[in-house]
Design a protein around this ligand. Sequence first.
Ligand code: SF4
Length: 161
Amino acid sequence: MKKPNIQAVRANFENFSFLKGKKEKEVEKKEITIKDFILELKDKIMANDYLINYEEAVRLAEIPNEDEDTLSILFEAADKIREKFCGNYFDLCTIINAKSGKCSENCKYCAQSAHFKTNAEIYGLVSKELALCEAQKNEREGAHRFSLVTSGRGLNGNEKN
Ligand code: SF4
């Protein structure tokens, strides 16, 4: 008797409609699972201030960019959580660069490091008057907090006064 060709048998089986239906159901089940997962997670967070764990975060991050349906459920859930815990209030915070460029440090990402040729502006510490004027201007424009950032590891002797 001739031995059956296993690949041909498998291909035939995959064409059976009852198996196709089963496969479609499996795909559907998988979709429902991730959507249910998002909704259950949202409910847990909203009910108990639950903090998601690493595995849950990874599962959310693995949702493919092309899966727009699932992503819109995720974004909607995130928006509900944002609304519950933060409301619609914005805390405006502004900064000015109070001393720019010529920095002795070598942070690879920074255009103000003297180790790289960039077009970053170079100027010394701004005066107290200018800093105050900027703070007041930002306050008038609605900022609730105002900070000064400076290039370098810290302020030098005279700059601390
Ligand atoms: S210390 Fe600050 S200013 Fe200097 S290179 Fe690093 S990030 Fe830039």
